[in-house]
Design a binder for this molecule. Sequence first.
Ligand code: PLP
Length: 424
Amino acid sequence: MQVFEQWESEIRGYCRAYPTVFKTASNSRQVDEDGQSYIDFFAGAGVLNFGHNNPDMKRALIEYIESDGVAHSLDMYTTPKREFIEAFVDTVLKPRGWNYKMQFMGPTGTNAVEAALKLARRSTGRRTVVAFTHGFHGMTLGSLACTANAAFRNAAGVPLENVVRAPFDLEALEAGTQQDALNAVAQMREQFLDTSSGLEAPAAFMVEAIQAEGGVHVASEPWLKAVQDLAHELGALFIIDDIQAGCGRTGQYFSFDGMDLDPDIICLAKGIGGFGTPLAMNLNKPEHDQHWNPGEHTGTFRGQNFSFIAGREGLRYFENDELMKSTLKKGETIRTVLDELASEFSQHGFTVRGKGMMQAIDLKDGALSKAIAKACFENSLLVGPCGTGGRVIKFIPPLTIPDEDLDEGLTIFKQQFSTVVGQA
Ligand SMILES: Cc1ncc(COP(=O)(O)O)c(C=O)c1O
């Protein structure tokens, strides 16, 4: 590890929480150089929905490389891109009766968010975007302006402008009832409609239907609908950032499926490249997409062919409901364990939140949750804290995790949780 400490930037993050050198990985396991096998409940922060080294994707990638398939080609037309687009249309868009243009950009989530912000501003001719408390949308300046966390914002070095902050669903934040949450939207509406409020008409409302990094806050359908209705009443775009909660994580392809929502732009990244191969994609309503001029939001690595190959394999999981059914079942298993722990230690007031295989326990105390995550690592389980001060422990294992690994990981978690909380 000395090489990293000597030569790699101080910016190093996750490696400080998991101080070992990983060498191999398979499905829900990562193995370090000493042969220690770790159960991965973190899955690359929601990238590895289909597991490490997914065998179908690996085979498809090897075949493609061995056949001298084009690895890099900017955004030129390629066979894997066509096959990915066709599969996405058939598997995701058509069953929902949706018509969106698919935009590829630089392969990170923050690139997708930047593109969405530009398009919303272009489409409306307005500047201000409404983003929500506890939201996380990425680290580049436009996205960072939408991200709420002060630690990240403070690194910007310049003012983060053209964003107004509104309260996320108060019920999801455990800060009020559903009525309180709806009242907050109604109040925002009054302010925007009041020509003396000093507020400019917004270009867009940017929201996660489930805030992941922000602490696993699951917005309700009525609140999301109220935000969408307000956006449309004001002539603004309704943008859902489904970068972490999408691609099957919640037991359905989109985290907001079944909610009768009609976003103008949907941002996807992370899991969509399947193998950990990077890919980001926005779904733009054609009436907005038409405002782009060719090549206006470029990125050398937009639309990676390896990611299209693996991402196309990933879409096969959505041709039937097998994976989504097992995702819901495994999500219930995690939820049950967390509920049991919360009630066993009820004097601490821990709360449990989540949907599908994004579940979390809120310890209300960053030091405590970090101590639990550390103890889990020392006992070969990878879990990641999130939320304000890292007070929430989030469970996002690969959706393909075998039951034995899930059970073993949960047993480790229960033991370490009980020990650490018992000593607190
Ligand atoms: C909801 C959401 N949006 C955007 C991003 C930024 O993605 P990236 O880190 O790939 O830029 C993330 C990353 O965690 C995310 O969870």
